[in-house]
Design a protein around this ligand. Structure first.
Ligand code: SAH
Ligand code: SF4
Length: 353
């Protein structure tokens, strides 16, 4: 048996590898893109997922409530220096309306995601969360709106928010610097994640696969960081260049590498909630299905009003920018059925709570 397969077997058994082993495994992957090793790990990822979650796939209704952002991350189409980006904010009524529609369709988690837009003050978001939880008490609210201070996160949690998604993007200091301007720091990002955990959120971190400058060493650091943080969720999708950013001409992350890492994360954190992301569905027509077959167990259909979807362009060619939520959900249900999976209707909390 190859050294790489032995590591994967041991990962399944012990749920961890040493940083040097991770690095050598990723280096081997980057050098060979070994398809046989990929199926070996994806097969295991799928099996481990089924041991906890069976054939259930959880759905989260994504509401992209603002495309304004005060940050300037080099990879992202919403960065403030992108003068081409069309900016919008949804008002409270529209957001509640999206939840209402989503609720009727069977969604029991709403994910409010946006750029870092301080028009949405701590109070405004707190009030919004309170209203959503008041109207839909059986639903979970996930927030994903970037970095705020401890007290703000705490206030939102006290208002009823259940979960928070904040990808760490990379656990490697030099790589973080390559992806972000000086106003942002890995130190603060990690601090935010630790605060979220401390407050009691089901917390999600994550990375873009194949982001510019990502090496085997960065990925090894990511795995070690994720093991240490022990997140309830991990958001992981391919980097996709956006034409109006400094990374317009960079290569996108690949389907294969994303599946490889999804499966490895499943083996390391068997109970984690792991979305097959929209970005994965964007780089390959069956990306999300393949993600589910490699260990992912969540999908996040878009509940934003269709007229704003074309304006929330983190990256190019994002899928389903025109589709209505209901129609997209029907097609998703069919797609999941075709691979033997069933969409769950409960909130789908982390099984480790
Ligand atoms: N502003 C918040 C949430 C919105 S961005 C935040 O930054 O946390 C959500 C995620 O989109 C980011 O964490 C990043 O990982 C991803 N993203 C941004 N630009 C991308 C790109 N070009 N390709 C793939 N994913 C991207
Ligand atoms: Fe803003 Fe998030 Fe995009 Fe960075 S990744 S520019 S914080 S929306």
């Amino acid at each position: 048996m190859s050294r790489e397969k032995e590591w994967i077997d041991r990962l399944e058994e012990e749920k961890e590898l040493k940083q040097e082993e991770w690095e050598a495994l990723f280096q081997y992957w980057l050098d060979h893109e070994d398809k046989e090793l990929l199926s070996y790990v994806c097969e295991k990822g799928k099996r481990v997922k089924e041991e906890t979650f069976g054939n259930k796939v959880y759905i989260r209704g994504l509401i992209e409530f603002t495309s304004y952002c005060k940050n300037d991350c080099y990879y992202c189409g919403l960065r403030k220096s992108n003068k081409e980006a069309e900016r919008y904010r949804l008002d409270e009524e529209t957001i509640l309306d999206c939840c209402e529609k989503g609720y009727e369709l069977g969604f029991r988690t709403f994910v409010l995601q946006g750029g870092e837009d301080f028009f949405f003050t701590a109070d405004r978001i707190g009030e919004l969360v309170r209203k959503i939880k008041g109207k839909f008490p059986d639903c979970a609210v996930t927030l994903s709106e970037g970095e705020r201070d401890f007290d703000t996160y705490k206030a939102w949690f006290d208002a009823g928010a259940d979960r928070y998604l904040l990808r760490h993007e990379t656990a490697d200091e030099a790589h973080y610097r390559l992806l972000h301007p000086d106003s942002l720091s890995l130190e603060n990002r990690k601090e935010c994640l630790r605060n979220l955990k401390k407050i009691g959120y089901q917390t999600g971190c994550g990375i873009m696969v194949g982001s510019p400058g990502q090496t085997a060493r960065c990925l090894a650091e990511d795995m070690v960081f994720m093991k240490e943080l022990h997140p309830e969720m991990v958001g992981l999708g391919p980097f996709i260049p956006q034409h109006a950013t400094p990374f317009a001409d960079q290569k996108p992350g690949t389907l294969e590498e994303t599946l490889f890492i999804l499966a490895l994360v499943r083996l390391m954190l068997p109970k984690v909630l792991l979305p097959a992301t929209t970005a994965l569905g964007t780089i390959h027509p069956e990306g999300r299905e393949l993600g589910i077959l490699s260990g992912a167990n969540v999908v996040m259909p878009n509940l934003s009003p269709s007229d704003v979807r074309k304006k929330y362009l983190l990256y190019d060619n994002k899928i389903a920018t025109g589709a209505e939520a209901a129609e997209a959900l029907d097609s998703l249900r069919e797609r999941m059925k075709a691979i033997g999976c069933e969409i769950a209707v409960d909130r789908g909390d982390s099984p480790e709570l």
